[in-house]
Write a protein that binds this ligand. Sequence first.
Ligand code: C2E
Ligand code: CA
Ligand code: CA
Ligand code: CA
Length: 272
Amino acid sequence: YFIDQKDQIKFFNQNMKGELVSKFDLESKLRQALAKDEFELYYQPQLKSENNQVIGVEALIRWYHPEEGMISPGKFIPQAEENGMILKLGDWVLKEAISQLKNWQDKGYNNLIMAVNIAPQQFMQGDFVKKIKKLLFEYQIEAQSLELEITERTVIKDIEYTIEVLNDLQKLGVQISIDDFGTGYSSLEYLNRFALNKLKIDKSFVHQSSNLNIVKTIIMMGNNLNLNVVAEGVETKAELDFLIQNKCHYYQGYYFAKPQNAIDVEKYFRKI
Ligand code: C2E
Ligand code: CA
Ligand code: CA
Ligand code: CA
């Protein structure tokens, strides 16, 4: 088992000196890590290709483990989804991201959008919309400045309920973006029924080695559905040029900036 999670096994093997960590152990580790404040948010700029202006950032969680050093989210988010800790982690991420956005707004960076990744279980919580509303009120943030990134995994859980929650979020004014687009199994028909603002093309499609006709098709479809199309994982000028030529006007990737801490990412912002 765990075939596609080799790295996780390696990490926890090292950590436990050859023993596999049980689900319960990881759950309590994550719990401790939260209590000890070992998580940090990194932020990656999202740009408008027109003028390379930063329109916002995506918050990406990092775990600074005292012995292991930095652990990337790919190594603990999937497990946190399995053991339920994703709800506590997700609450922490939302609060931290919104409080950082407030901090930036207070410094005069007024037009930034904060994009936060939302796991399926978070989205399916009965009080999810209420939670978002409360946080926005607490930090005095306009709903339009918050963007929630959900994946097709969330959407296919319960289509009718998803439509309901998305409508509530749209009424509130929060922006919704569909993440990792093209990698899941959702039916295209649903795209039209969901209150969405953005479509993020998964980085596996963006690289020049992939089938460029797929990228072209996704961009065209997004544009036809009046969605802002964002390409993630843009690493080269050639990739960016191709995207612009094909009318994808927003991008994110190492070509412009890696995810970095709140202090370092500020240098990309402009006061407007
Ligand atoms: P994602 O949401 O698809 O995020 C994009 C990932 O691509 C990030 O990896 C980012 O660092 C990486 N990336 C950005 N630009 C480039 C590029 O030009 N080239 C390449 N090769 N990669 C690039 P990261 O930060 O390791 O996050 C991995 C995944 O973990 C995320 O994928 C997301 O699914 C999940 N994740 C991260 N933070 C959170 C969080 O706060 N909550 C939840 N639920 N999931 C999170
Ligand atoms: Ca994302
Ligand atoms: Ca992705
Ligand atoms: Ca994702």
